[in-house]
Design a protein. Structure first.
Lengths: 403, 403, 403, 403
């Protein structure tokens, strides 16, 4: 098969996840590492003929002033990840991808995220939504043209925005479009402006964050209209993954969960952003709803996410699950998850890119329900909340696509 | 529908699980408790019209000299389970069931279990296998006759026997039968003698322990011949349940489990028996195999079970799972399970009774593959090791039986 | 030695700690339990000839409408503590003590605590501070007279009040006295009104809570003037005890604590009160300061206390301690403390009563520095923050007093 | 003060601890790291004028064929410790020290340790004890002479030997000496042969392992005779340190420890040696005795140490402490210690060297009781088992020595 050329456009292009994504692509190209951690590397997906690592070109939008080398070094030093020799070997690829990074927009990202903005992004501050949209679309189009790409997949891995006005959900696509065209300010968040740009260009869109992105009736309609693939919302990397795996066990055994307390601590930049209660509200909501869906009743729940600097990229969760068994006997399950955030997220981003590309190649459009297992709050209709059921959707889709 | 009469014959009739089973039946009859902890109480099984609590009569074999009142009181005092008022309310039912208990056999139970034998059981010591078999069968038949029972389900909840000679697996049913008829000693363990008796009588057999029971080619053949329902082996109540739920997550995410260490401590009588390394070997084996089956490779594993007197019936497991993620990053999941052993096991025994009765009513025979989710090492062909797949078998069966 | 008669006057007389205190006294009198859990029961304090359990008479102030029987039953049912037979045996003593309970005051207790007020307390609502003080003093005096008591020890075990105005710390005793005499409102919290009453009567005062009590320069002066014994503040029962024991280890080994995160969950009435952020602020402050004192630098700390109803009286703490060792190596200690709050606090209250009585018998007055090991934020000058140093103060005092 | 020259002779010179010791010395010399993790770096010991890092020369005995560079690299790769840049910077010092390493003896080290022997050590296999002793002494003397050292401190950090014959404890020094002189075999273990050599040379001896070393009446007498400083036994780095800190808390609060279960897993070479039950017995014994000493009664205890390869140098302990509080209430403390073994041990070895040198400078001899806080089973008379009391001995000694 002729080599293909697929562009990956990362929103938050120099963050921890993005840095790990590009380090990963480069290391995989050079066969410095195996495919452990990649769902798309499982034997049951071999039949799909997924995208090769040398078929990917990376670019993106970023609001900070930094470099891949600096970010990778910081992760290495502070969190003890990445092999030193590997970092040296991948440096040229990182430098090459870095040329494709353009300044992001600060529209409606909230004051906490704004604080991280570098000169290039600050220069765009105050731009009208319509101007931002046009600029972003131009960046995307130029990226495709310059690298002669068959297709581009836009992936949002930027920090969590504050919750958006509820009214947005009531807008039709024409109404939302009008808001964007209005002269001064609009309630549309940055994540959705990027999403509109992607759909306009006919590019696939993956939202790995709790920010809104395409998760609006207006944008779902717009994507359908253009037959654009999209999916989200909020990558399921650790504690919530555990919840979607453990809660079905309690349900199947008729053990009544009385309370489920989850405390999360971590110290990366995402943590600093979530330290702002406004941004955190978005995240906690995304982590909390699925217990009720799986169990069929609402136990008392508590979810905290706290920024503890010394933790670096290591997200540690303590969950205390109090459940009632036979004859009113109260029992306890506790777990501690010690996972490295970027290293858990990055392979899932790579999986999403490969599966999205495959879906695109198969001529599909709309919400990719088959990718639900990757998300905390999967988009799409009638998505089961149980992890194993979500994963079965992926396997079924693979069977169908592979024929 | 006319009220039915089903006998439940417990091997190890006065142990912790059996005591909790009878307390449970009595409390459920009087509606002192709800059906939390009972799988058979889940809404999706309502359509099966399962056995009512007042349709069950309990009897059994036991080698110790004790009473339900004493055992229940000890669990209450030492492990803090059962409500005092509830115990008073169920006392008459316990006393009534107790009349149906007969002395068990000590043949091949091993020296550790023998130490617990009371006068009645000791009196039978040295009886020939054929005599024991006849005596046990007579007890079962008399139980049915005396209480005018529609059917009897024999459930093994006795302490774990030492591992049996491998040669047993090579015997056909006629060969094994001949061994039992031989004058002096035979290699057939007590658990299998009870099982033969059950099959002879046409009674269903459930093996909730790691002892052999019906899990021999010879007895599978015999059960098939008589169209008798049976299933086992070793109830899945805690740490292994967790393994069968969590291991599929690591597999689906392509996270490579490098080591899985599980340390279990508890202080009930079962613990004292397992403190004998010979008996423990049987148990550990039962807990350890499924990781390899689920993951497709063998991580380093360690399982210990230790008797710590102060724990009483509370089995606490600490599991430390070391896994390798993307770019060789090692991460850790730890969990602590604090479950009350008898209170976790007893409702599953009640579920097994109800589902077995329903299967019997439907005219089925042979190994009950649909009950795999209840066991650590489920019998039957091509049983999936993943908990959710095993549970799906139960739901499918329920759909079929309910029509 | 002639039998003595000591009165114990509990503020919050029907709360979980008080209920456990009276159950304990009664059970110890009848020798139904041993002295495990009582510091005063250690061999090294035998030489002090401490108060006997039959030498204590209990009374107190309470704002809720309830009974010892109901409270004890609730603890038994919801939290699985107390033996049923024991509860029946101690019932008469509980009923006897209950006669000595009088309505407490609602002055400055905060709106969350006020919600729990019963009819008797509500009837006093709006009383002027001076009136409340007089009423409380009369209750104390009458208690002593009626039971012919040698001495009375007032112990505050009521729920945590909101933080008090900082200005209180600037007042001299005459100034504070004037505030209390003022017609309408004063900033003096209920806990300090009770304390003033105790000092006026010449009765010892122990503050087992984070509320102010005698911890004001004005009241320290007043107590000194009257040579009254007093001590506080906030009983050290669980997580903070662990901190005062573990932090010295990190200090002695020069292991640099980078972050110390402590999450506490529990479900008793105290928890409901602390669910109000205003009241919680007082508590968290009390738990957080000592790390800096012991370590000599301030690591990042996080302390949460959350009300999780299902936990009942079982306070569970997860602490995650991130420390830096040799060559910048980051290591982790985590602990989970599962303690029953009232059962940990009550014996310490009994210890405080016995040691205070002994101090009083020895003719001492002022702040009881020797009791520092019992408190999270011990009063007194130059109190060491390390638990073992605090405990050494108690042993030294015992040596001196015993001669 | 004139610069001094002190030799450090490591038994097990290329193991994980030794490698970390030399990396540490080199990094401290170059001021690449601070003194965190070093007890001797605490402010209260500044007055002692302890040994400077550039005053130390390292040599030692080793039975394996390897290099510091290889060992350091393996720790870096497998366990994620040491900074890559730091390793490059310290390489010359490591190479320099490596020249001083001589082949160790295999006498009575046990078959598991023997398996690791390299060519140089194997060549000495079968040497008579007297010959080994002479060879070792010659190595020590030559080391001092070649480097013109003021004094030499011998430190045993080799893997744990199997337990030695009890008869050794009954021998006087002349009797033991005679055994060593005997032609063929003697029961004296390698660790004690090294110790005898050290004492003969008048060099101080520190035993950081559970092996015998100088911990024999005969060798204590010999050391006294020569006024040689020595101390041991078994460095207290993790779980046992926690025990010696936490057990006093339970004692002081009269909380009755019912069971204390400690499971340890780790994957370094020491772990491989301890995987041999014979060698493990020595270690477990060393970890288990102190609870009884501190508590004054014997709770049920369980200690396991298991080799789990993936853990590398990271020793993880799970301890489950079941304790009885007031009114028979059972409560639980669990902790998980995740410490890097070599990085915890190496700074203590450096501390022991500095304090031993200071003691030697002060003209002291015999067992260094003041260093008890560093050991699991400290030698010397009337050593308190509580960590804080042991640490107080060190502080008192420092006060005395500093004058």
């Amino acid at each position: 098969m002729a080599k293909r050329k697929i562009g990956v456009w990362l929103i938050g292009a120099l963050g921890g996840i993005s840095t790990t994504v590009v380090v990963g692509i480069a290391a995989l190209r050079q066969k410095l590492v195996d495919e452990v951690g990649l769902v798309s590397g499982l034997p049951q997906f071999a039949k799909l003929g997924l995208l090769g690592w040398d078929e990917i070109t990376v670019g993106g939008h970023e609001i900070r002033d930094t470099t891949y080398a600096a970010e990778a070094q910081q992760l290495h030093q502070k969190s003890g990840v990445f092999d030193g020799d590997m970092l040296r070997a991948v440096a040229p690829t990182l430098a090459e991808f870095e040329k494709n990074i353009r300044p992001g927009t600060l529209i409606n990202v909230g004051s906490t995220i704004e604080k991280f903005a570098g000169d290039a992004a600050i220069k765009q501050r105050g731009e009208r939504p319509a101007v931002a949209l046009e600029r972003i679309s131009a960046d995307l189009t130029e990226f495709q043209k310059q690298h002669n790409l068959d297709h581009v997949i836009v992936v949002n891995v930027a920090s969590t925005e504050p919750p958006q006005p509820a009214e947005l959900r009531d807008l039709t696509w024409p109404q939302l479009q009008k808001k964007l065209d209005a002269d001064a300010v609009s309630p549309v968040p940055a994540s959705s402006i990027y999403a509109v740009a992607a759909i306009q260009c006919g590019f696939s869109h993956v939202n790995f964050t709790p920010s809104v992105g395409t998760d609006l009736p207006a944008l779902e309609a717009f994507a359908r209209e253009r037959n654009v693939l999209h999916v989200g919302r909020d990558g399921k990397t650790g504690e919530t993954l555990m919840k979607s795996v453990l809660a079905p066990m309690f349900a199947a055994r008729n053990l009544q969960v009385q309370s489920w307390v989850g405390h999360n601590i971590f110290g990366n930049m995402d943590g600093k952003v979530l330290d702002d209660p406004v941004n955190k509200a978005n995240k906690v909501k995304s982590k909390d709803h699925l217990l009720t869906e799986i169990l069929g009743y609402k136990p008392q729940t508590l979810v905290t996410i706290e920024y503890i600097e010394s933790m670096g990229d290591w997200k540690t969760a303590w969950d205390h699950i109090h459940f009632r068994g036979f004859l009113n006997t109260k029992m306890i399950l506790q777990f501690m998850w010690q996972g490295c955030d970027s290293l858990l997220a990055a392979p899932l981003v790579l999986d999403l890119i490969r599966f999205t590309d495959r879906s695109h190649r198969a001529g599909q459009g709309g919400v990719m329900r088959q990718l639900s297992s990757f998300f905390k709050s999967p988009m799409g209709d009638n998505v089961p909340p149980e992890f194993h059921e979500q994963f079965a959707l992926l396997e079924q889709w693979a069977d169908e696509v592979a024929g």
